[in-house]
Ligand binder design. Structure first.
Ligand code: FAD
Length: 808
């Protein structure tokens, strides 16, 4: 074994081997994979080997498509058969709600280049002869489904990597990982030590244990999973003989089942409701090629549905039941990327669909390690989407919920219950008493809307029970004044003598003067967005940043990686050390003036001013800015004072008819101002010009901010896309995000977010289209639930187009 390597990859399952292959293919050949046993000694060997392109997140779907397209290449390169059978498949809906969901999947496929087609149950039965069409209301055909040989694929990755110069050491168990003073890593094994610049944790079932070697508790948990294999079936033999083809894949969402042919019989797997975690606290090191005891009672309810939906199963025997463990992150997507605070330590774990996702994970991680950027939008897989709040017990609750809902519909207005409430703010009980309906953001409970007694969310793809109540919240803001809790923003304090210079380099905006705020895009080296913030200069040398709450860990990883080593700049993520309240509406200043002795007149405290002031008896930081696009204020307050500030504002607001509003109303309000938001409109694949944030970029400022050269090039060349707001001729359903945008009969763009703008009484969608058509007056359509609706670009905001209200 070599004593030094640029990269050590820990784990020889499908994921580790894919990472090794991609690193070598990308030109890093001084790389070694360490496997404690034979390759495929974790969950990989007993997988059912199914692969498919569909995923709830379109960016993950793209990487799944890439994974499937890769198998031919690694087979040719390695000479190792992968056993790929691209049979195609059917996705089945037994309810109308499921069919609506499937139509959304077909629609996404249009701009992802995934070939999906809605078909009738009878057409599905012609393709997949074992199903009873009477049990279904519709189906979708997917040509890119199939299965493969898990061991063959893993060995093909490893052999191809070796051919490119990478090394694989089997029977080499990593026992400890120690950081050296120069930042490199000592990877200590049962066979000696390797010093490496980078370490990748692809430990699969042991990813937690490998993480613990560097003091990291990763939010992953293994679950038991069962599939059965039947005896040979005459129906299968007859079909094979008649058509000369295998029986294609089927996913029966309402039965929570997946099926495919396995030799002369069938394989049927299920994600059962009565699920069971495996090795909740510690994965035994002596586990390897064993299977777990099958428990047919646990999967009996699913099998019952399966036997009804696929009647031929009633006449066949079960040859074998496989029960094996594999790992999940709380939301079921992989954990990939560099770990904040541990430079050179990378993770590629929690990959629950290794044969659909392993290639994409390897590609993204190798790009990231070599180029400094994953090269794709992988937010849905980024390890930074979790913070310290994703504890082991939280992970346990969420993984179990996610497993049991693997094939369940999640409606756009449906909030999942497990692991909640976890983080709450001091006004939680007070807002609950007012009817707050809670959602969750980065582990924190956030009020979505306020419901009268006995009214609750009715889960639906269409406008639902909250509609009229959200409309009232919006009316309270636009007509007088509303109050929202905004503690879910991320908040950062930046201090130190080097703070201004550092911010000038990190952020693309012009730095605001003392007592002022500005909108602050942050770019990567390639000139694309990595953040959008509000930056406040509280006092020269003391800066405050507010940004997207879900991206706190993501942004801190970036900030810390760019801090000067001399300690001249300090940045702290304030998390819930600072709570937030916002008031907005034409009467907002009247309310504020009643609770503070500070002069908040327009002259003394204009738009984008920031100052410390007391609200009632509570010391606060107040900025005159509002995401509602109205006259408004964001108020930051230590949690111990939040209730006092809340009480003072509500009491002062009474005479103006103050009303509470939640994040759904805030969404409705920001849509009529064409305001975008992080992770929806603003993502690391768009340039500031494309995203309409160029007006906040100080292209001419002296500081050589990160991404400046690329941003200037984008401005010169014009980029490719444009973010646009559309008015949609919707009926009873609005966009939720990821719908295709049609132009002149072809899909040309995609929706990032939208909803109903209650004050303007319009259905609004925001999304990206190619710049060539971005100023067309008509010809656009947006597809909602399988139906195309006329849409028009709304260049001026629907509300306060001249920005008079918010500056008044
Ligand atoms: C019953 C079942 C059916 C499945 N069906 C499918 C399917 O149809 N399609 C699909 O895509 N996925 C399926 N999966 C999931 C799939 O198996 C996983 O996504 C995949 O195996 C994850 O691979 P991995 O490389 O991350 O982890 P693993 O396969 O667990 O590999 C981790 C490797 O790391 C090694 N290792 C760990 N710690 C160390 C250490 N300290 N030193 C050295 N080596 C170490 C282990 O020995 C192991 O070989 C199924 C899983 C099960 C259990």
């Amino acid at each position: 074994m070599k004593s030094h390597a640029k990269v050590v990859v820990i784990g020889g399952g499908v994921v580790g081997c894919s990472v090794l292959f991609h690193l070598a293919r990308h030109g890093w050949t001084d790389v070694v994979l360490l496997e404690r046993d034979e390759l495929t000694s974790g969950s990989t060997w007993h997988a059912a080997g199914g692969m498919h392109t569909i995923n709830g997140d379109p960016n993950v779907a793209k990487l799944q498509k890439y994974t499937i397209s890769l198998y031919k290449e690694i087979e040719e390169l390695s000479g190792q058969a992968t056993g790929v059978h691209l049979t195609g498949g059917v996705l089945l809906a037994a309810t109308e709600a499921r069919l609506d969901w499937l139509r959304g999947v077909v629609a996404k496929g249009r701009y992802l280049g995934i070939d999906l087609e809605e078909i009738s149950p009878n057409e599905a039965a012609e393709l997949m002869p074992l199903l009873d069409p009477k049990q279904f209301v519709g189906a979708v055909r997917n040509k890119e489904d199939g299965h493969l040989d898990p061991s063959g694929v893993t060995h093909a990755y490893a052999k191809a990597a070796r051919k490119l110069g990478a090394e694989v050491e089997r029977f080499t168990k990593v026992e400890d990982i120690v950081r050296r003073p120069d930042g490199s890593w000592r990877v200590i094994t049962n066979k000696g030590e390797v010093v490496a610049e980078h370490v990748v944790n692809a430990g699969g079932l042991w990813a937690r244990e490998v993480g613990r070697m560097v003091g990291l508790e990763l939010p992953v948990l293994a679950m038991e999973h069962m599939y059965l294999i039947t005896e040979d079936m005459p129906e299968v033999a007859a079909w094979n003989q008649k058509t000369g083809t295998e029986i294609i894949h089927a996913v029966d969402f309402d039965g929570e089942l997946y099926l495919r042919q396995e030799r002369g019989g069938m394989l049927m797997g299920t994600y059962e409701k009565a699920n069971k975690p495996w090795s909740e606290f510690q994965t035994p090191w002596n586990f390897g090629h064993e299977l777990l005891e099958p428990d047919i009672d646990r999967i009996a309810p699913s099998l019952e549905v399966g036997f009804r939906h696929f009647p031929a199963f009633q006449n066949t025997g079960i040859k074998q039941i496989i029960n094996g463990p594999f790992t999940f992150a709380p939301d079921g997507n992989p954990l990939v990327g560099p770990v904040r605070g541990l430079p050179g330590f990378w993770v590629a774990c929690g990959v629950m669909a290794g044969f659909s996702q392993g290639g994409g994970v390897g590609l993204a991680l190798s790009n990231w390690m070599i180029e400094g950027d994953p090269g794709a939008d992988i937010w849905a897989m980024d390890v930074a989407r979790y913070g310290d709040w994703a504890t082991m017990a939280y992970t346990n609750a969420k993984v179990r919920e996610n497993y049991s809902r693997r094939f369940s519909i999640r409606f756009p207005n449906e909030e999942l219950r497990a692991g909640r409430p976890l983080k709450t703010t001091p006004v939680y009980d007070a807002l609950s008493a007012k009817g707050a309906q809670w959602g969750v953001s980065y582990g924190l409970e956030v009020p979505l809307w306020y419901a009268p007694d006995a009214v609750r969310d009715e889960f639906s793809w269409r406008r639902s029970s909250d509609f009229d109540h959200v409309a009232k919240e919006v009316a309270a803001v636009r007509g007088g004044v509303g109050l929202a809790e905004i503690s879910n923003f991320a908040k950062y304090a930046v201090t130190g003598e080097g703070a201004a210079g550092w911010l000038d380099r990190m952020l693309a905006c012009k730095l605001p003067k003392r007592g002022r705020m500005t909108l602050a895009p942050m770019l990567k080296d390639d000139g694309r967005l990595i953040g959008d913030f509000t930056l406040a200069n509280i006092d020269d040398g003391e800066w405050f940043i507010a940004g997207s709450g879900i991206a706190e860990q993501y942004h801190m990883r970036w900030f810390e990686a760019h801090l000067p080593k001399n300690g001249s700049v300090r940045i702290e993520a304030l998390g819930q050390k600072l709570a937030g309240l916002a008031i907005a509406g034409p009467k907002a200043r009247d309310v504020l003036a009643k609770v503070t002795r500070a002069d908040v007149s327009n002259a003394a405290f204009p738009f984008m001013a920031v100052a410390r002031m007391d609200i009632g008896m509570a010391p606060c930081l107040v900025g005159r800015v509002s995401y509602t696009g109205d006259l408004g204020y964001e108020i930051w307050v230590a949690p111990e004072y939040q209730r006092a500030a809340f009480g003072a504002l509500m009491a002062a607001g009474e005479e103006f008819g103050i009303g509470l509003f939640g994040s759904r109303a805030l969404n409705a309000l920001r849509l009529e101002k064409n305001y975008g938001s992080w992770a929806r409109e603003y993502r690391p694949i768009y340039g500031p010009l494309e995203a309409g944030l160029d007006r906040f970029v100080a292209y001419g400022k002296e500081a050589d901010f990160i991404g400046k050269a690329a941003a200037l090039a984008e401005r010169r060349q014009g980029g490719k896309l444009r973010l646009r707001a559309f008015i949609v001729d919707a009926d009873d359903a609005d966009v939720i995000g990821d719908e295709p945008i049609w132009f002149d009969g072809a899909v040309r763009g995609w929706v990032t977010s939208g909803g109903y703008a209650h004050h303007a009484q319009q259905s609004v969608a925001m999304g990206y289209v190619p710049k060539e058509i971005a100023d067309e007056a008509d010809g656009f359509e947006i597809e909602i639930l399988g139906k195309r609706h006329g849409a028009r670009i709304q260049s001026a905001p629907l509300f306060d187009a001249n920005f008079e209200q918010m500056r008044a």
